[in-house]
Structures are given as structure tokens and as C-alpha cells.
Design a protein around this ligand. Sequence first.
Ligand SMILES: Nc1ncnc2c1ncn2[C@@H]1O[C@H](COP(=O)(O)OP(=O)(O)OP(=O)(O)O)[C@@H](O)[C@H]1O
Ligand SMILES: [Mg+2]
Length: 395
Amino acid sequence: MESIQNIKQRFEIIGNDPKLNRAVEKAIQVAPTDISVLVTGESGVGKESIPKIIHSLSHRKHGKYIAVNCGAIPEGTIDSELFGHEKGSFTGATGARDGYFQVADGGTIFLDEVGELPLTTQVRLLRVLENGEFIKVGSSQVQKTNVRIVAATNVNMFDAIEKGKFREDLYYRLSTVEIGLPPLRERKDDIHLLFRKFASDFAHKYKMPAIKLADEAIKYLLNYRWSGNIRQLRNAAEQISVLETKREISLATLMSYLPQEGSNLPSVIKDKKNDSDFSTERDILYKVLFDMKSDLNDLKKLTLELMKNGVSKVQDINPNLIKKIYGQQEDTETAFEEEPRINVIPNRTENLQEEFDEEEDDSNYLFAETVEEEEVLKLEQKEIELIKNSLERYK
Ligand SMILES: Nc1ncnc2c1ncn2[C@@H]1O[C@H](COP(=O)(O)OP(=O)(O)OP(=O)(O)O)[C@@H](O)[C@H]1O
Ligand SMILES: [Mg+2]
């Protein structure tokens, strides 16, 4: 078995962190088997080297290695890309096409950003993992393939499973062995080493002396958050190498290339918490709005009934609707106190009834406007009640 150091050298993996070494060791151990592997770790930690190590140390090394970025392929074409399609199976399918799973038969497929796969594709993938079977898009013929799958993700798969975005059975099937790569901030001993390596690479590439950090700058480098991990470190080293005229880099200069915590500068990694908070807030607002719309429609129906049948009858025949609109605690008697005013416009009532009968859905809007025009219902007041009811419900 090749040593960890040899492999790191071969794949240009810099660093000596125990967690990094363990990840490389796991890749070496698992390579000769056909076990599916899930590589996990934040964005920019170096996940892409692991499937390459696995493939090149496996008996499949002379077979094909195909890396697929699942997050970059549109949902409409991903099944066809992965599993192929028959001629005429969809608009634009002028010829049949083999998918990656057929092309990589005998080799390895690296499914990067696997958490982004649509649920329908996940079902197909599960089948391939279970018995090597797949069906081309637009075909009914089952085909066989012998592919080793290595997947990677930088999202928390348990979150994705909980949100119903990723199948739990597929997760367990993919992650028979999980190889986790540590974030750069947990590899403090490697940070300066990596920076020096990148500084020297860029000095070579741009034919200039390598940049060198002042002591204070090194301290800052080691304690920085590095949300974009090695990719961010590499980019910073490249920018400084190219843009700075002095080769000795001070703390202030280094800081000017790194977004400060809490700054408005974009960070490579999205703040997942804020993201989800925002979406929750938006979801609640949508719910409140939809609820208001539904209440408004109920209210319109009720108003129409009132116009037709008068207050007492409406209360008898629509108890549920009344309860739904005004809530359980509300006194429906009080809520209807103002309603008899509607009866003062009988002609309008007939017209409205016709409109409502003719085109129930579309006329709702028309109806709402008419009501507002006549100032029959005190809409502002009703809106406040509706908003209150909706907010109560989603408190
Ligand atoms: N240990 C390392 N030594 C040297 N370079 C590294 C190391 N790890 C990662 N890199 C470099 O950092 C960059 C980012 O690595 P990579 O593309 O593998 O990240 P990733 O984990 O796949 O991120 P993402 O989830 O965003 O795809 C690449 O340019 C890679 O060569
Ligand atoms: Mg990647």
C-alpha cells in the first residue's frame, strides 16, 4: 500500500494535519474495494482530490473517471446526462445519447454536490447503487453498468434529509464510508505552510520574487476564519502576489485582502443560519398573505350569501365559514352588526350574483373591487381583523 506521504505528494496535497492524513489514509484503504464513498467538508477544503486518489488506486484505474457537478446541471437535463436518452424522448432529442453511467462502465463516477440532485434522479441513482441497473430517458429497456460511485457534498445531509430534499435511503447507500475533510481554521499548523506554497507557486507563475508575511500578518493569518478554506487562502495569496509591489506583506496589507467578520463584503460561504431564517420569515409572510386571500374570498362568499338571504339565515347555514373567518372567540353577532347595510343596494346585488355565477374564480377580483367601490364593507377594519387572525394562527 502506498504511504500517505507519497499519495499527498502525487496529488499535491499540502499539509500534515492528523485529520487530513486520516482522510487520505481512508481513501487509500477504501480504494481497492467497490464501496461507495461520501466525501464531506466545507467548500474549498479540497474534497476533489479524494475521488481521484480512490480511482487511481483502484482496479478501475484504467477505466474512465468522470466527475459530474450535480449542482451545475439543470434539473430538466440531468437524468439524460447521467443515464442517457432515446431519440425523440423529449423536444430536441434528435438522436440517442449514452449517459455517464454507461460511458463510465468499468470506471468511477464522482458525483460532486450530490445534495443538489433532484428527487426523481435520486430514485434512479438508488437503483444503480443497489443493482447496477438503469433505464435511459424515454426507454423501457433496463441496462446494466458497473460503476463505482464517489460522491461529495458541502451541505449538511441530515438537514437536507429532514427538509425532504434528500432521500435517507440514498444517503446511507452513498455513505457506506464517509471521508470528512477538516476546515482550514481547524488546521492551524497547515495554514502558513499552504500560504508559503501558494506564494512560491505564484512567484514562479508570474516570474517575480515570492511574497513574505510579516510576523503580525502571520499571526492574523493563523487566526482568520477562512470561511472559503483553502480556495480562499489560495486566492488571497494570488491577489497579493500580483497586486502588491512590495514583497514583504504587512498586517494592514494582508487585512485589506481579507473580508473582516461582520463586514458587508461577500463571503464565499453563505451564512446558512441567516439564509434559513430569511426563508422562514418569507414563508410565514407568504402563508399570512395566502391566508388573507383565502379569508377575503370566504368573506366575499359570505357577503354574497348575506345579500341573497339576510343575516339570520346566513348565520344558520354557514356556521363553519363564519367560524373560519372570524375565529372561534369572536362574537359573530357583533361581527355582523354592520352587515344589514348591504341590503340597501338590491340591484347591485343581482348583478353581482350573475357575475359570481358566471365566472366564480375570476369574478372574485371583480367582486372585491365592487365592494370597495360601494364602501359597503369597512374593508380597512376587516383587513386589520384578517391580519390579526392570520397572525394569531401563525404565531
Ligand atoms: N491540501 C491542499 N493542498 C494544496 N491545495 C489544496 C489542498 N486542498 C485544496 N487545495 C486547493 O484548493 C482549491 C479548492 O479545493 P477543491 O476544489 O477540492 O475544494 P472542494 O472541497 O471541492 O470545494 P467545493 O465544495 O466548493 O467544491 C483547489 O484549487 C485545490 O487545488
Ligand atoms: Mg468541489
